[in-house]
Design a protein around this ligand. Structure first.
Ligand code: AMP
Ligand code: MG
Length: 326
């Protein structure tokens, strides 16, 4: 991979990254309609390049089997999480990716500490895991609706003042622990405008095949728009860290959100720079012995090693003195 390409991708996403320690006000600092001067027609080719790069890096990640990647995707309803996952991951080997969606917690989940259900879904080494909603719901929807905190059956001491500050610290510590263990955490907020959400909701109502995507609860949540914007701002200010940064991706244009998400994932993988394992000399010798055995089994008239024969026209790999078909 050329350094040049890596640098260009890093430059492209830099403006989306929340500087650790900075105080964010989402509506003032990030524009949901931003598109970095790009046109939709340019985006398709760029996204394809991103998807191809992801496939290549994912294969290396799996082969090296040392690091893992966790991508957390947060957004309000109709923010485009599902479509982004579908497009960005379209080229990767399904065996190397696990996608988990988090809904209202079950009774069993509420019977554990609040990070428990997310820990069950972490990537293994060599894997990319995507959280469609994530542990950040614990400082978003739960903060906006205090009755949800009451349902968590926490002891008095864990419910009192300072609960959100404490959760930010615990989440930062947890992600630090993951980073130390070889798991890179990267977090994306798909930043949608209120007007674009209105338009997307109406589309979901108007088109019968989209009706299933809409629920009355979505309208109820929309009434808390300002509370969510505040909760997002506080979360971004407190939990964008050197080891697990937040990116705020403009989401009013789906094509741009997908491109940014692909770029952020590619950048994360380039940073890991996973390598195919090199065989130790002794194992390599064993392979060459196996190769000779396999070559001796070649049917009459066929190349001893069809792969080498196909890839090196200069050499005649046919078994000497014999003809095909005999
Ligand atoms: P959706 O992703 O639109 O299918 O909806 C999932 C719903 O689950 C959303 O309304 C979320 O707010 C809700 N949800 C996700 N995580 C939590 C949580 N930890 N506590 C309460 N509600 C949650
Ligand atoms: Mg929903």
């Amino acid at each position: 991979m050329s350094d040049d390409r890596a640098e260009r991708i890093a430059g492209f996403i830099e403006a989306l990254r929340v500087t650790p320690g900075s105080k964010v006000r989402l509506d003032r600092d990030f524009d949901p309609r931003h598109k970095a001067g790009l046109k939709k027609r340019d985006a398709a080719g760029l996204l394809r390049t991103g998807v191809d790069l992801l496939a290549e890096y994912q294969e290396r990640l799996a082969a090296q089997n040392t690091y893992g990647v966790l991508l957390c995707l947060q957004a309000l309803d109709a923010g485009g999480k599902d479509g982004t996952i579908r497009h960005v991951m379209s080229g990767v080997n399904p065996q190397g990716v696990r996608v988990s969606s988090f809904k209202v917690p079950s009774d069993e989940e509420l019977g554990h500490d609040y990070l428990w259900r997310y820990a069950q879904r972490l990537p293994a080494r060599g894997e990319i895991a995507i959280f469609n909603r994530s542990h950040y719901e614990e400082v978003l929807v739960v903060r906006v609706h205090p009755e949800l905190l009451a349902r968590q059956r926490l002891p008095e001491s864990a419910r009192g003042p300072g609960v959100w500050k404490r959760r930010y610290r615990e989440i930062n510590d947890w992600e630090r622990h993951l980073e130390d263990s070889g798991f890179k955490v990267v977090k994306i907020l798909l930043n949608l405008s209120k007007e674009e959400q209105r338009v997307r909701f109406l589309k979901r109502i108007d088109l019968p095949e989209k009706n299933w995507k809409f629920s009355a609860a979505d309208i109820r949540e929309r009434r808390h728009w300002d509370d969510y914007q505040r909760a997002f701002s506080k979360m971004l200010s407190a939990t964008s860290t050197q080891w697990a940064p937040w990116y705020v991706v403009p989401a009013d244009r789906k094509w741009f959100a997908r491109l940014c998400t692909a770029a952020i994932l590619v950048h994360t993988l380039m940073d890991i720079d996973p390598q195919y394992p090199q065989l130790p000399e002794a194992d390599r010798k064993e392979l060459l012995v196996a190769k000779r055995d396999l070559e001796r089994e070649a049917p009459v008239g066929l190349p001893a090693d069809p792969y080498t024969a196909r890839h090196s026209s200069a050499r005649d790999e046919r078994t000497p003195g014999r003809r095909a078909g005999k």
